[in-house]
Design a protein around this ligand. Structure first.
Ligand SMILES: Nc1ncnc2c1ncn2[C@@H]1O[C@H](COP(=O)(O)OP(=O)(O)OP(=O)(O)O)[C@@H](O)[C@H]1O
Ligand SMILES: [Mg+2]
Length: 666
């Protein structure tokens, strides 16, 4: 069954026909999903792990992470002391228990001879065991507390440094990297780094001490028995490390699937209207099912791995214990070993078991922190392409004259990167309006982005009152230039906060004034809570035109010296647009305004209009001059006018023209 032939069941209604359609659609989803997710075997986790875990980078990345913790020296010292102390008191336990068993043996054998002395000694040992246990418990708790708080502090530092870097990275960097990827780095990778600092380092210290001192003690009592007692160590250590690594690799793959699922779901939700409009439910479900199925199989693979490893380790541990009991029991029987010493061996094996099994966790945490740390450091080490020059000064506005002098621009430096703007020169001064028209992709938005220095010109220069924008501090430049972008974005907060975004402390009168110029004030007043109404996620509670007017109001708030409206009135009806333009005219006497528009009536009153074609200025002049010149502008003007006379709105005509690229086709 083809997807398109399936009736739409997206509007859940309880009428019988729709319920029937739902059933058909559900069946079809299953069929499509089954077809798409033809089960392919999952790739083997090892030996390809080296592709996914950069073992060579491990020392460098882990070293750098550890250095971050050393910024809290006292915290580190106390955490290490607590870890060492806990290990030492742990080591005392087998010793004391062995001793107590021997004392109890003496008590049994020499019940009459000085029994009180032996009994007292036994009581003392018992009290010591309780004390050692208590101190060990306290130190272990302290180690956990200090380790975790230290890791949290480093996590906080890294999170803030990361977020701060995100605010400064250039647009060209953001163009290259997916937003979801950056969010994952800031959240998941940071968590990976934190987990390593919390568990990894301190556990290595504890384990080394336990294993070193414990082995020496056992071998010094009886070499053969000591070797038997320690025989499970290499197997468990190797197995735990190997499993840790395998689990890490499969986790990475699982995470990849998870992020694909998130992206899929995010896109589906963001484009919910498109999905519904095109009745693409089946297709969307099948896509999701494919990834979801791989995620399920990977999870199962991980469970098998973990359980198999655990069983093998438990088996090795009990085998070792049985061997010690067998050989040690014979030694006790022939008198070459005391029962106490045998107890010491067995207790030591028990104590060593847990930290040894944790080797897997340590390896896992280290591998995770290597990848996570590397990804975090990659962002942290990136130098923003656009930043204040060492000699940068604040912008000083006098005439408010913006000039483009032979500006050319390409988005990248590579040989294949197209020059998007070529030899652009114009000027616009305070109180004047410059209009820009051009086919989609002709470079209008790109030109607008160069003014607040979102990107750096490739050649030529942009000046404001003679000052090259590259010589200015970014903060002074960007507070003088207000760019109302083509893709309007609103924060999920109140109308007031959205309008007052550039200056949160701005009073109500200023917000109302800006909203009035943008012709949105009356509408806001009708909202249930006026200016305190929340606009919803990305402004979904507003219509397209209302959102545009809100963003215009935001751009007007702090009386910019240069205002750029990038297709900001496209979704506003011509009558309202007319009112916006009239209000702008009287309130922007001290502002150089650039209006980019597809609807030519928006630009009719501009002092100068430039026509862009494939990044070049092909015509320039006032509306009257350009109309008379009989060029592309005149052609487009007559086309749009004809559309208006035939009853089509300007935007409809414009959209039709833009889609077909009629007006600027050479
Ligand atoms: N971030 C980017 N990275 C690489 N190329 C880009 C980027 N943004 C735009 N472009 C390219 O630059 C050219 C000009 O794009 P621009 O957005 O400036 O066009 P526009 O004139 O504003 O179009 P529209 O009328 O559709 O808004 C297009 O070919 C586009 O593909
Ligand atoms: Mg654009």
């Amino acid at each position: 069954m083809s997807i398109s032939s399936v009736p739409s069941a997206d509007d859940s209604d309880s009428t019988p026909s729709i319920t029937h359609a739902n059933k058909i659609a559900d069946k079809a989803v299953k069929q499509v999903a089954k077809k798409v997710s033809q089960k392919k075997p999952l790739p083997k986790v090892l030996p390809h792990h080296s592709e996914e875990i950069d073992v060579q980078a491990m020392p460098q990345v882990l070293g750098r992470l550890t250095k971050l913790a050393v910024r809290y020296p006292w915290h580190c010292v106390f955490a290490i002391l607590a870890a060492l102390g806990a290990a030492v008191f742990n080591l005392l336990m087998p010793l004391l228990l062995g001793h107590a068993v021997d004392q109890a043996g003496h008590l049994l054998v020499n019940a009459k001879l000085g029994a009180d002395v032996v009994r007292n000694a036994l009581l003392t040992t018992g009290a010591l065991i309780v004390l050692v246990c208590a101190v060990r418990g306290i130190l272990t708790g302290l180690q956990g507390y200090l380790g975790e708080t230290l890791a949290q502090k480093v996590g906080y530092d890294l999170r803030m440094a990361f977020y701060e870097k995100l605010q400064r990275l250039s647009f060209s960097y953001h163009d290259k990297i997916h937003t979801g990827d950056l969010i994952a780095r800031g959240m998941l990778d940071l968590e990976g780094v934190r987990a390593f600092l919390e568990f990894g380092v301190l556990r290595v210290i504890t384990l080394t001490l336990l294993l070193g001192v414990g082995s020496w003690r056992l071998l010094s009592i009886d070499v053969t028995l000591g070797l038997l007692a320690l025989s499970f160590v290499p197997f468990v250590a190797w197995n735990a490390a190997r499993t840790g690594l395998r689990l890490r690799v499969s986790w990475q793959r699982l995470q990849k699937m998870m992020s694909e699922m998130t992206l899929n779901m995010e896109e589906n939700l963001q484009g919910v209207r498109v999905v519904r409009a095109f009745t693409s439910r089946l297709h969307e479900m099948a896509k999701f099912d494919k990834i979801s199925d791989i995620a399920l199989r990977l999870s199962n693979q991980r469970i098998t791995e973990r359980m198999g490893n655990m069983s093998a380790m438990v088996l090795a541990y009990y085998t070792s214990m049985a061997l010690v009991l067998w050989v040690g029991g014979q030694r006790v029987a022939n008198g070459s070993l005391t029962v106490g010493s045998l107890t010491e061996f067995l207790t030591f094996i028990t104590i060593l078991q847990l930290p040894l099994r944790q080797i897997g966790m340590i390896v896992n945490a280290s591998a995770r922190a290597t990848g996570s740390g590397a990804r975090l450091f990659e962002v942290l080490d990136t130098d923003p392409e656009i930043k204040d020059a060492p000699s940068a000064h604040d912008l000083k506005i006098d005439q408010g004259l913006l000039r483009f002098e032979s500006v050319s621009f390409a988005y990248g430096n590579g040989p294949n990167d197209r020059t998007v703007l070529k030899d652009i020169s114009f000027e616009v001064k305070k109180g004047d309006v410059l209009g820009i028209v051009g086919a989609p992709g002709s470079g209008k938005s790109t030109l607008a982005h160069l003014i607040p220095r979102f990107y750096e010109v490739s050649s030529g220069r942009i000046t404001i009152d003679g000052q090259d924008v590259r010589s200015l501090t970014l903060s002074s430049l960007r507070s003088a230039v207000s760019l109302v972008q083509q893709e309007n974005f609103l924060f999920d907060t109140s109308v007031h906060n959205n309008v007052a975004y550039s200056e949160p402390q701005a009073g109500e009168e200023r917000v109302i004034e800006a909203a009035s110029v943008a012709q949105i004030h009356e509408h806001v007043e009708q909202l249930p809570k006026g200016y305190t109404t929340r606009v919803g996620e990305r402004g979904v509670a507003l219509s397209g035109g209302q959102r545009q007017r809100m963003t215009i109001a935001r751009g007007l708030l702090d009386q910019p010296s240069i205002l750029v409206l990038d297709d900001s009135t496209a979704a506003i009806d011509p009558a309202t647009e007319q009112r916006v333009r009239a209000a702008l005219q009287s309130s922007l006497q001290n502002t150089a305004t650039i209006i980019i528009a597809h609807r030519l009536s928006s630009l009719k009153h501009a002092d100068q209009i430039i026509v862009l074609d494939e990044g070049r200025i092909v015509e320039r002049g006032s509306h009257a001059e350009l109309s008379a010149a009989g060029g592309r502008y005149a052609e487009l003007w007559s086309l749009q006018n004809r559309g208006a006379q035939e009853g089509l709105t300007g935007s409809t005509v414009s959209a039709a023209i833009n889609n077909n690229n009629v007006e600027f086709a050479s």
